[in-house]
Design a protein. Structure first.
Length: 291
């Protein structure tokens, strides 16, 4: 079945002192393009988290955000005094360099800067928090994949409707084929009649007309288009991760439809081809969202 590249997943896990929230959002992309934001205190698990996300998500523009809140009245946290001093010194240097005055009260500014609170937790708590973070990431990924699966079902229904519509339009083509050949033949004969009294080799004329009409034959294009439509539907029912293949098939369908249009030489056939192109463009647009 299909999986969409569009999805969202969220999970919240609590430890004794922390509430960890992981949110993952994905959009369509040709490759895996991941942005992961998490507090600096958890950089040790960043690589593992990236690898786990990449393995499950596979492809798409992915944004994962981890937020950690202190909970409980006895939460073992305190101000990160060395970092506060560093921030203040850096800001003073910047103010002196650009010639602006120092603020009268530094605290409101410093309190908005990142990582000014640090946890004084034992190693056991740090391990528990890292485990909880991975657990939250896995649960958020599960929710994201389920979201993608549901979106994939909708895409599959959409593609099926569009393919069936192209098949129905293709079934209308034979109604106009014989009429088309007759009109082409009549047009050529009318143009010859306008030339007046000209000696014409009727045998050669017949050969040229047959050759010209054969060049406008669309049986091969119809057959190949049917094969591509069938292959597209078979691919829909295959394994996940078929987005690129569906894109290639839709390109081949477009070539056959374009050739039908160039060979049609009939107003009603041209209308059918335009409607086929409209259906195909909708398919191509949504195929970009398929994993």
């Amino acid at each position: 079945m299909l999986l969409s590249m569009t999805g969202f997943g969220k999970s919240v896990v609590e430890t004794e002192h922390k509430k960890i929230t992981v949110e993952i959002k994905s959009l369509n992309s040709k490759q895996l393009d991941m942005s992961l934001r998490l507090p600096s205190a958890y950089r040790a698990v960043e690589l593992e988290m990236r690898n786990r996300l990449a393995h499950r998500i596979e492809r798409g523009k992915v944004e994962a955000i981890v937020t950690v809140e202190n909970i409980g009245s006895d939460s073992p946290t305190q101000f990160n005094l060395p970092l506060l001093k560093t921030y203040k010194k850096s800001l003073e240097d910047i103010a002196d360099a650009i010639g602006v005055s120092h603020p009268a009260d530094w605290m409101p500014l410093l309190m908005r800067l990142p990582d000014i609170m640090k946890a004084e937790a034992p190693a056991e708590d740090e391990q528990n928090e890292s485990t909880a973070l991975i657990k939250a990431a896995d649960a958020a990924t599960d929710a994201l994949v389920e979201y993608r699966r549901e979106e994939g079902r909708k895409l599959e229904e959409f593609f099926t409707q569009r393919i069936r519509q192209i098949e129905n339009l293709l079934a209308e083509v034979p109604r106009y084929e014989n009429e088309r050949v007759s009109k082409i033949r009549a047009r050529i004969e009318d143009n010859l009649a306008k030339l007046g009294q000209v000696d014409i080799d009727l045998g050669r004329l017949e050969q040229e007309m047959i050759y010209y009409i054969e060049k406008l034959d669309i049986n091969e294009e119809k057959q190949r288009l049917r094969q591509h439509l069938t292959y597209f539907m078979e691919t829909l029912d295959g394994e996940t991760g078929q987005g690129k293949k569906l894109g290639f098939i839709s390109q081949e369908m477009g070539r056959e439809i374009n050739t039908l249009g160039s060979k049609s030489n009939h107003a009603e056939l041209q209308k059918i081809v335009v409607r086929m192109k409209d259906e195909l463009e909708q398919i191509k647009e949504q195929v970009l969202n398929v994993l």
